[in-house]
Design a protein around this ligand. Structure first.
Ligand code: NAP
Length: 226
C-alpha cells in the first residue's frame, strides 16, 4: 500500500517506563501516523496506561478513551478495526441493519461493546450477551444478525441460529486438532443462514483492511487533509 511500517518487538521484561518512552517517541515522530500496541502485554505492564499514552490522533486501533467516547457519541475519527470490518461486510452485501434484531455474543472493549454500538448507530435493536446471560440459545435464536465474539471454538451451534439469519463469526480459535476455527460450528450452521462468514478468511482480513484505512485517515488528519 506504500505505507512505511516500523516494528518494535520488545523483550518481555521491558519496563513500563521504557514502553511509555517508546510510545512518547513515536507520538513525536512526524513520519509516524499510526501506533498500534499489540495486546495482551506481559502482566507487569499496565496496558491501560500504555494505550492512554498514545496520541488519540495516532490511535489507529481506536482503543484510547477519547476515541472510545467519540464512538459512543457517534462522532468518530477512527472505528475499532474488527467491528468496523464487520459493518463494511454488511454494507457490501446490502444487508440492512435498521430495525433488525442484532445479537452480539461477547462484551469485550475491543469487539463486543463497540460492535453493539455500531449496530445501534445503524438502528439495529441490539442485545449484548455474555457469560452471565440466561437462556443464551433462545436469545441468539431470535437474532436476524448474530455476531459471535466469544473466543470458544464452535460455540454457536445450529439450534442457536434462526433460519435465514446472518451470522458473523469473529472468533479466532483452535479446534481439538489445533486447527484455526471460529466461534461458530460452521458446517452445521451454514445451511440454516442466509449469510455466514468463514474462519479463516472472513472477519480477520476485514480487520486488517480497516487498520490500513484508519492509518490513512490518521495521516490525513495529522496533515490537515481531512
Ligand atoms: P474476550 O475479551 O475474551 O471476550 C469474550 C467475551 O465472550 C466476554 O464478554 C465473555 O463474557 C463472553 N463469553 C465467554 N464465555 C461465554 C459463554 N459461555 N456464554 C456467553 N458469553 C461468553 O475476547 P475478545 O477479545 O472479544 O475476542 C473474542 C474472539 O474474537 C476471540 O476468539 C478472538 O481471538 C477473536 N478476535 C478476532 C479478531 C479478528 O480480527 N477476527 C479480532 C479480535 C478478536 P464475560 O464478559 O461475562 O466474561
Amino acid at each position: 500500500m506504500g505505507f512505511k511500517s516500523e516494528e518494535y518487538a520488545l523483550p518481555a521484561e521491558t519496563t513500563q517506563e521504557e514502553l511509555l518512552a517508546l510510545v512518547e517517541k513515536l507520538n513525536d515522530k512526524a513520519d509516524i501516523n499510526g501506533i498500534l500496541v499489540q495486546l495482551p502485554l506481559p502482566k507487569h505492564l499496565d496496558d491501560k496506561a500504555v494505550i492512554e499514552a498514545i496520541n488519540p490522533q495516532k490511535d489507529v486501533d481506536a482503543f484510547h478513551a477519547v476515541n472510545v467516547g467519540k464512538i459512543m457519541l457517534g462522532e468518530y475519527d477512527f472505528l475499532p478495526c474488527t467491528p468496523a470490518g464487520v459493518m463494511e461486510m454488511l454494507h457490501s452485501y446490502d444487508i440492512q441493519v435498521s430495525g433488525k434484531n442484532c445479537v452480539v455474543i461477547g462484551r469485550s472493549n475491543i469487539v463486543g461493546k463497540p460492535m453493539a454500538m455500531l449496530l445501534l448507530h445503524e438502528n439495529g435493536t441490539v442485545t449484548i450477551c455474555h457469560s452471565r446471560t440466561q437462556n443464551l440459545a433462545e436469545v441468539c435464536a431470535r437474532a436476524d444478525i448474530l455476531v459471535a465474539a466469544v473466543g470458544k471454538p464452535k460455540f454457536v451451534t445450529a439450534d442457536m441460529v434462526k433460519e435465514g439469519a446472518v451470522v458473523i463469526d469473529v472468533g479466532m480459535d483452535r479446534d481439538e486438532n489445533g486447527k484455526l476455527c471460529g466461534d461458530v460450528d460452521f458446517e452445521n450452521v451454514k445451511d440454516k443462514c442466509s449469510y455466514i462468514t468463514p474462519v479463516p478468511g472472513g472477519v480477520g482480513p476485514m480487520t486488517i483492511a480497516t487498520l490500513m484505512k484508519n492509518t490513512l485517515k490518521a495521516c490525513k488528519l495529522q496533515n490537515g487533509l481531512d
